[in-house]
Design a protein around this ligand. Structure first.
Ligand code: ATP
Length: 152
């Protein structure tokens, strides 16, 4: 199913996300404050914009609430990540997925209403450890604290 995505922050994480979604036929808007990062994805994304996502006017003008999914892929600049998340939710965004740098960041993003919070480095570390412990396991999905699903 074709859906619309806005990815805010085109670093390694946001960039990989954008490329994978586009390669799978999705409509993706990429937003970054850094012109060089935007230029890297100009020919890949459906549309790219150079803008500071901390500004609620920026997100309003881009009609951010009309996207099916919004990914806030800003890590280091915690203020920008928090403001972009709050502004997107205030503007009525349906599904906001935010990237956290650390546990404190994760707690804040969850508290201010991010629908999903991911911590890629931590999650990948856990995934690699599981792979080392059980080399025959092809895939592992944690459904809750008590239940997981594994493909072997
Ligand atoms: P990654 O691990 O994904 O490469 P990083 O942790 O090294 O990211 P971050 O500081 O998280 O780097 O920045 C990710 C992207 O977000 C960068 O491309 C950066 O230019 C962009 N970014 C940072 N602040 C803003 C902002 N206010 N508005 C839009 N984009 C921003």
């Amino acid at each position: 199913m074709r859906q619309t995505y806005a990815i805010i922050g085109l670093g390694r994480f946001g960039g990989a996300l954008l490329e994978t979604l586009v390669a799978n036929g999705q409509d993706v808007l990429g937003i970054d404050i850094n012109e060089e990062h935007v230029n890297d994805y100009r020919d890949v994304a459906t549309q790219v914009v150079i803008a500071d996502a901390q500004e609620d006017e920026v997100l309003r003008k881009l009609d951010i609430a009309s996207f099916d999914h919004i990914v806030i892929a800003i890590g280091h600049n915690m203020q920008a990540s928090i403001l972009a998340t709050i502004n997107a939710k205030d503007l009525g965004a349906k599904n906001v997925i935010a990237k956290a740098e650390n546990r404190t960041h994760l707690r804040v993003l969850t508290k201010i209403g991010a629908d999903v919070v991911v911590q890629p480095e931590r999650e990948m570390g856990e995934r690699v450890a599981r792979k080392l412990l059980a080399p025959n396991m092809l895939n592992f999905i944690e459904l809750s604290d008590d239940y997981s699903m594994a493909e072997v």
